[in-house]
Design a protein around this ligand. Sequence first.
Ligand code: ACO
Length: 248
Amino acid sequence: MVDIVPLSSYPSYIDLLPSIQTCNITNLPENYFLKYYLYHALTWPQLSFVAVVRPKGGYKAGGGKAGGDLSGQYPKVVGYVLAKMEEEPSDGMQHGHITSLSVMRTHRRLGIAERLMRMSQRAMAESHRANYVSLHVRVSNTAALRLYRDTLGFEVEKIESKYYADGEDAYAMRLNLQSMWLDWKAIEARDKENEKNEKTDETQDEGEAVGELGKKDDSKDQERMVKVKVGRGLGVGDLVERNESQQS
Ligand code: ACO
């Protein structure tokens, strides 16, 4: 079974980076130093996702005998999307960028690339309030073009002549993400309303219980759950260092 998870969800995602690099080298001519993957993972941990096949018996980070064969200890990466926020957007608009996407031949046409892309797009909109997501694709890459344009709804912004090292042109494509932004005011208002309704429910049943029900049952008191409010506003997005110079 293939799981699609954020790269950051692993106890040590550094373990996975070489497998992601292998997947990239196997599928694409545009390759990167390992430190570039690490830079993505550390700087925008929410935006990159991996499709993994877990090892039988579970994931054991650092497991295995010293010097022994560790293959099979780690999940096998069968696809990835490496994504980032554009650091110096030329148009001044905060937006995401797909650095690289690929899926191993053995696992193609299963919807993996579509899911990787959609998860990354959502994270860009929700964590970074990205206006849009951009990418480049070879004009000859029919499979990727169909995925981006027909399945995901990207539009060709322009053709960049000789964009690739071998002289091939690229389509510069983009997809608007504003419809995926979270409306925090509405979410907070809904939470307040729910809280109010819960309080009203609690105060409504004021009658004294009689008979067996009226007997005090200490074990029930002990089992009572305490609702803990988790600060939704304190998501990973707030831990991202903002580039104040981009906000005009
Ligand atoms: N031919 C035509 N359309 C295709 C093909 C294909 N070979 N593959 C995918 N599509 C389109 C289809 O519309 C498909 O929907 P459908 O299966 O319902 O018809 C849709 O894309 C979704 O397909 P997925 O199954 O999600 O795509 P997959 O997981 O197979 O991955 C990918 C597609 C990433 C393009 C894969 O073929 C691949 O890794 N290719 C080599 C690497 C590559 O070209 N990466 C993109 C470079 S651009 C960049 O990185 C920014």
